[in-house]
Write a protein that binds this ligand. Sequence first.
Ligand code: ACM
Length: 269
Amino acid sequence: MKDKDLFRVGFIQNSPVFGEIEYNLSIAESLLTQNTADLTILPELFSTGYHFLNKEEALNLSEVIPEGTTTQSLIRICKKSQTAVIAGIAERDGSHLYNSAVIVDKNGYLGKYRKIHLFGTEKNCFDQGNLPLTVFDIGAARVGVMICFDWRFPETARTLALGGADIIAHPSNLVLPHCPQAIITRCLENRIFIVTADRIGTEERIPEYPIHFIGQSQIVDPDGNILYRASEKEEESRVVDLDINYARNKFINSSNNLFADRRTELYRL
Ligand code: ACM
């Protein structure tokens, strides 16, 4: 923390080379050691790339958390740079595979999240996430995690916000064009910050089925202001100072509190 109320959060928007874990990690490491963030978010599956052709290929590139190379490297980087990172990786747990995110800080491994809403061909490789939506204490901030397509289910962000999240870290490999704008609504609905860390580029693992990623990583505040939005085509990283208290005030005017005004007795969820 550089100031009593300010939390420095950043993202890295990368363009991973499929299957080249060491190379992708080295690019992330050089950016992480240059920035001065309290917390940096990396994209979904940032060290492997996205489009696994089958479960066997995904298994070969997956890692056990926290013993695997990627998590251990992130722990080493966080210790050295006295920072925290949330990053998407392919997780192996016995014969199960998850599209996961690890949460690490300067003291080591804090936990993991397993994507609960799988998108498209992910269903051929990964198991559905089976861990509760959890809020982690990172420095002065309370941080929830959702991965990419989880945005399309408003229950995800709501659950994290009701659980006390000030910020949602959103590692992504966005394919659908609507997400950057829709995230503004998630922030307004919950009066929270959301940091989406996306990737760029196209994977043509199957030439007739290219997958294009839309970039536009962004940081949005509790009133839906876009504090920064990255380009669609360039790799970049960005750090922004957030006033965490802004997300802890759920009043939108003197008579409306977004959480206290909920009519839970009339909802059917
Ligand atoms: C996605 O969930 N990676 C589109």
